[in-house]
Design a protein around this ligand. Sequence first.
Ligand code: AQP
Length: 351
Amino acid sequence: MTDAVQTQSPQADAPNAGFTPRVFSGIQPTNHLQLGNYLGAVKRFVEMQDSGIETLYCIVDLHAITVWQDPADLSRATRELAAGYIASGLDPAKSMLFNQARVPEHTQLAWLFNCVARMGWLNRMTQFKDKAGKNRENASVGLFAYPNLMAADILLYHTTHVPVGEDQKQHIELARDIAIKFNNDFGVDFFPVPEPVIEGAATRVMSLRDGSKKMSKSDPSDMSRINLTDDADTIAKKFRKAKTDPEPLPDTADGLTDRPEARNLVNIYAALSDSTVDAVMGEYGGKAFSEFKPKLADLAVATLGPISAEMDRLMQDPAEIDRILEDGASRARAIAAPILKRSYDIMGILI
Ligand code: AQP
């Protein structure tokens, strides 16, 4: 396995010199988009779309089913995530927006990668251990092989840059290892070695109930997260009840070191206001949480309220969402099909 992975924006690029810069990322359509997804991923997606590089953003429904999903809820969540993408600023005319199942080349390349990746590599994946929990024998095979499908998602488009939150770094390292092994095994320079782009003040938003756990769509406690679908009162209540310590905010960022809950709320404020932790400390250092939390809630409502309202509006027309996803998929397939075909050719598979 490769050791360290650099995180860098496309502008700072030197590796993958022979490849056209291309951005791909995805989110699972489970439950509702939460603030961590928004700050760690979707906000970056929008920035990269506007940087002039070709961008593909996927709704990874085939990843979602690695754990049980109610079928009606999966369909709803797929359209809702598409609405969330668009309401957050992704433009279907600029970015290719589609759900993974509409591009069957993802699963075809994933099978090839199942035969390239090593069991030992997958055994080291911490997300599998977290999600499988104690009952590992009962986890789906799909949950174990998930990182290979994710590598296929990325490499199918010769992606050079993948904007993600901190928690996905290990999976991107695996995609890099698969690209390198494929190229070495077959003596080619076919797949680029993709770079994760992990940037911003909130690359790891933590649970509002437990500063040692990441905020997650599937946390059993709804109070642990801000959903993009939450109304203003719910957002205010969740921040009011967010776990903190009894001390006021420190005067400098250094004072947040052993205070994970305080640090999390400050990071969220900095990310939502496109500011820095130092600037937030300059404004709120020495203030009590009873003063800071309502300001944070107001900021979150001001940012997320318009997105949530636009999601509601878009969800009134599911046929239009389906049309957008179909159009994005057909443009994505035009890139994917020749790359899959060439992968088969390299391996000696006749199609
Ligand atoms: N708490 C987080 N902070 C920063 N980024 C986050 N992401 C997720 N949670 C945080 C980023 O969102 C993108 C999509 O994630 P995903 O839905 O594909 O899977 P996940 O990482 O497992 O997210 P969840 O919310 O925890 O979903 P469930 O509960 O369904 O597993 C990724 O870029 C991720 O880094």
